[in-house]
Design a protein around this ligand. Sequence first.
Ligand code: PEP
Length: 254
Amino acid sequence: MPRQKFIAGNWKMYTTLEQARELARSVAAGVDAETARRLRVAVCPPFPWLLPVGEVLRNTPVALGAQDCHYEREGAFTGQVSPYMLREAGCQYVIIGHSERRHGLQESDEFLNKKLHGALRAGLHVIFCIGELLSEREAGQTESVLLRQLQNGLAGLTAEQAAALTIAYEPVWAIGTGRVATEEQAQQAHAFIRAQIAERFGSTAADSITIQYGGSVKPENAAGLLRQPDVDGCLVGGASLKADSFLAIVRAAL
Ligand code: PEP
């Protein structure tokens, strides 16, 4: 069975409450029943907007996701958010390992692995981000970086858990820079990731896992990326903040 495409929007630390509500309303209005039958769409607002945006998305085909979580159920972790709280707030998805946390906040592979397991325990679907820095690509280390992030990041996962996972391949040099990976670069990295999943978790998991591309995806470049055989969707940052742009990317996935 062909994999269903999955388009997710990462709103990062943007939007006022009113803008968030309006954006969610417009996105939901643009995803009709036929689109919802053919692909998955989710938006990931900032934490304080999860409940109000969830309210807007109730009974629509657009799913709610969070941008991060802690690995524990509860505890003395000031400022952190439990994956169980996210579930209770209506989230189906959570992004883990975004490069702005890996590199901006020094989150290690091992730490992210704990978050992955915590999120799965809570029943969340995880979008697990990996990707190389520009210096690593230029040094010919792209595959070894991806391999390390997969090996350490996905440690302890069962084949069944791997099959249900979404990996977002996000070359760090393409995030928020306007410099998108070429279709060939994206396909090459995605095929490598799928091959590694096959090696570790078997061919069923590799065939089922969703691999999104992220990094300056725009309506103009989405269709070409999404045509690649191993590109199963997109994680969209900047362009997800405008309903028209995000919906054009959704349509490119049909
Ligand atoms: C992201 O935030 O995951 C991202 C890919 O951002 P942008 O689309 O703005 O590059």
